[in-house]
Design a protein around this ligand. Structure first.
Ligand code: SAM
Length: 233
């Protein structure tokens, strides 16, 4: 799967990526309304999550980072856009709020968590979501195309090692479409294509309908790190 599909989907992502929107809203509920000095959004895309978050908080600086050249979406905004692969990002700045929605599945998860740890203070608030094994299993089953997702257990073990005071949970979503072509169009419009070169002929569409009833399953993991809370209920 290719990352620059998000650029190709730039006009359709906001409208079509309803699961990612729901994930943002879910993380948003865990955010306390307060002042943060430095905020970092990893895999910001067009700043969808950053724009939501800024409604609840005040801040001194808000860095929005993405591997793609998304500068155009941040012109004349209060955000500071950084174009970088997150794993290559170096900063002497420490962030007291780090957010990332629906991005870390593209990265080596353990390396990303180590990098986040390096950029955080002991009392930083960190809100993350990603996808785990079983995400879009229909596409893996049908085309044998998938990102290399980690299991929920592996994700939890990595998080607990670096952030013992954290809370992880999963959520499954299932989308049903009128037709197989709508199903694949949805993936393309949300930048999740990897099968762009597959010839979607009538037989393939018919087989997908028969086998997977024009459905897609999303399997998401949410990670909440807030050292000011002793336990999560
Ligand atoms: C599914 S979009 C999520 C966008 C947004 N955070 C949201 O809430 O909808 C994933 C984003 O992660 C970015 N991305 C992928 N790999 C990355 C990396 N190694 N470093 C930084 N950003 C990356 C992609 O370019 C894309 O904009």
């Amino acid at each position: 799967m290719e990352r620059n599909n998000f650029l190709k989907a730039k006009n359709t992502y906001l409208k079509e990526a309803l699961i990612q929107q729901n994930m943002r809203e879910l993380l948003f509920n865990f955010l306390e309304k307060k002042h943060y000095k430095n905020v970092l959004d990893i895999g910001t895309n067009q700043g969808e999550f950053a724009k939501l978050i800024k409604e609840k908080i005040t801040f001194n600086s808000f860095d929005c980072l993405d591997i793609n050249h998304n500068e155009e979406f941040f012109l004349n905004s209060e955000f500071n856009f950084i174009c970088s692969d997150f794993l290559a990002y170096e900063s002497c700045k420490k962030y007291d709020l780090i957010i990332s929605n629906a991005c870390l599945q593209w990265l080596d998860f353990k390396k990303a968590i180590i990098k986040i740890k390096k950029l955080a203070n002991d009392d930083s608030v960190i809100l993350l979501s990603t996808f785990c094994t079983g995400n879009l299993y229909q596409i893996k089953d049908f085309f044998n195309i998938s990102l290399d997702y980690l299991s929920v257990e592996k994700i939890q073990n990595i998080i607990k090692k670096y952030f013992p005071n954290s809370y992880c949970f999963c959520k499954d979503y299932k989308l049903s479409f009128k037709s197989a072509i709508d199903c694949f169009r949805h993936l393309k419009n949300t930048g999740v294509t990897g099968f762009a070169r597959v010839n979607l002929n009538k037989q393939i569409l018919k087989d997908y309908e028969l086998k997977h009833k024009n459905t897609l399953s999303y399997k998401c993991v949410f990670i909440i790190i807030n050292p000011s809370l002793n336990q999560y209920s």
